[in-house]
Design a protein around this ligand. Structure first.
Ligand code: GLU
Length: 485
């Protein structure tokens, strides 16, 4: 087998898209696992949709994910340039070749004629597409008209009979009737190639062995196959990866899902977790685990194993996967990540984080949760009203005595540890004849201001006796109406 050379070819048309990372992940893993090369090409021939800041954002987002490339516009490589807007001379040369051998022809149809044609096809419920008006013009005449500066495009000459057959490695043989394939514009009147021409010219020039890309391009592949033939080249192997889907199975879109890689970063997802999640969308580990790192993925992944099911993008699952990866970090590593992502909440220090982390770890899903889940430890409890202290099936008026008893009990604890705190508080429950929630609920609010805090004993242990007592006293005074909440 030849050593793989694979690529992604994002278009810089907006925020870096999660689909780009998805396809990059598969391409790169394949290249790495086979000792091949992973290339990044920037497809920027569509000047109407071009956005200047987009390219750098694509680089940054992919690097954040660790999906770095072996050849690309910013690092160069043996086939530079890797930006299509800088490869104009190649496309001009190659379109000349196709015109020469008859695989393409010049078309002088005006916009008006094409619009009228479309309207007519619509009205007659016919297949939309070019009607071949300029197909049979003599090539020396069309060359002369072009040389005289007449506006024109260049189109692919699709055979009028027969069919085009190609293989998609995930789907098998695909046969398309040539009558169904449009005489695609290859070169536009603005002097830029279309995606189809530029893509095939570059994939040939870069020696691409496998084209692994989103399923939406499957429909264009017969045109590409005809182009490879026009250039007298064999096709690469094609793998069309199922699109990520919204819950309703439509193609993932920003109306229904976050799609910008910037968003995932800002939300506090870890790059390794996002990659893990994306890998799960199209692949299952042979050993069955759902949480793995990129090294595991790279070792076991084969292109042929990409599954064809429509993968639904499920943010809850991503939260779960992210939580699993967060749990693998030590307190120091977590601190570093928070710092690097500029998400380190004020007042958090390394020592404090390592104290509190075991207590809150199970509750963290994203880096951004750290602030909220630890605020009661690094700062004061969340603000609460006296009523919030009211225990289930009881009255606020009972709270001061309950808290008083709790304070007295914990004040006598000799060794401040989990078991001792538990014993002391169990004693309060027994002596006051309470149900557990009748003590723990007001304690929880008093100590953290939150209904969803970690276990009370853990909370008290990490807060220490003095801070715990101060908070209980403040709550008691509030419940007794001595202060205002
Ligand atoms: N520029 C295309 C895109 O944005 C590349 C498609 C391909 O990989 O051929 O997805």
């Amino acid at each position: 087998m030849t050593t793989p050379r694979v690529r992604i070819a994002p278009s810089p048309t907006g925020d870096p898209h999660v689909g780009t990372a998805y396809v990059a992940l598969f391409n790169r893993a394949w290249a790495k696992s086979q000792g091949g090369k992973f290339l990044l090409r920037i497809d920027d021939t569509d000047r109407t949709r071009y956005q200047e800041s987009s390219e750098q954002q694509i680089f940054d987002a992919l690097r954040w994910l660790g999906l770095d490339w072996d050849e690309g516009p910013d690092i160069g490589g043996p086939h530079a340039p890797y930006r299509q807007s800088e490869r104009q001379e190649f496309y001009l040369e190659k379109i000349g070749e196709l015109l020469e051998n008859g695989s393409a022809y010049r078309c002088f149809c005006t916009q008006e004629r094409l619009s009228a044609l479309r309207e007519q096809q619509n009205a007659n419920k016919e297949r939309l597409g070019y009607d071949g008006h300029c197909r049979d013009l003599a090539s020396d005449q069309t060359a002369a008209r072009a040389a005289a500066g007449e506006t024109h495009v260049v189109r692919l000459r699709v055979p009028s009979e027969g069919s085009t057959i190609f293989r998609d490695e995930l789907r098998g043989e695909i046969e398309i009737q040539n009558a169904e394939i449009d005489d695609q514009v290859l070169f536009k009147s603005d002097g830029f190639p279309t995606y189809h021409l530029a893509n095939v010219v570059d994939d040939i020039a870069f020696g691409i062995t496998e084209v692994v890309r989103a399923e939406e391009w499957l429909i264009s592949t017969p045109k590409h196959v005809l182009l490879y033939r026009g250039f007298g080249q064999t096709c690469p192997r094609f793998f069309h990866v199922p699109l990520l889907r919204n819950q309703d199975k439509s193609k993932i879109s920003k109306r229904k899902n976050p799609v910008s890689l910037n968003w995932f970063r800002e939300q506090g997802y870890l790059p390794e977790a996002l990659l893990n999640f994306l890998a799960l969308m199209g692949w299952a580990s042979p050993s069955g685990e759902e949480v793995f790192d990129i090294a595991h993925f790279q070792e076991h992944f084969r292109l042929e194993q990409i599954s064809l099911g429509a993968p639904v993008f499920d943010l809850e699952k991503l939260d779960w996967v992210n939580g699993q990866h967060l749990r693998k970090l030590s307190a120091d590593e977590l601190f570093d990540r928070l710092e690097r992502e500029k998400m380190l909440p004020d007042g958090i220090d390394r020592a404090g984080l390592s104290t509190i982390l075991p207590v809150v770890m199970e509750r963290l899903h994203r880096l951004t949760d750290v602030r909220e889940k630890t605020s009661w430890f690094f700062g004061e409890p969340d603000e609460y009203k006296a009523e919030a202290l009211t225990p289930p099936k009881s009255e606020l008026s009972a709270v001061p005595a309950t808290l008083q008893a709790a304070m007295a009990a914990v004040a006598t604890v000799v060794d401040w540890n989990l078991t001792a705190i538990e014993t002391a508080l169990e004693g309060v429950i027994a002596s006051l004849g309470l149900k557990k929630p009748q003590l723990f609920m007001p304690l929880r609010i008093a100590l953290t201001g939150r209904k969803d805090s970690p276990g009370i004993f853990e909370v008290m242990e990490v807060l220490g006796r003095d801070r715990s007592l101060l908070r209980l006293e403040a709550a008691r005074a509030l419940a007794a109406g001595e202060t205002r909440g």
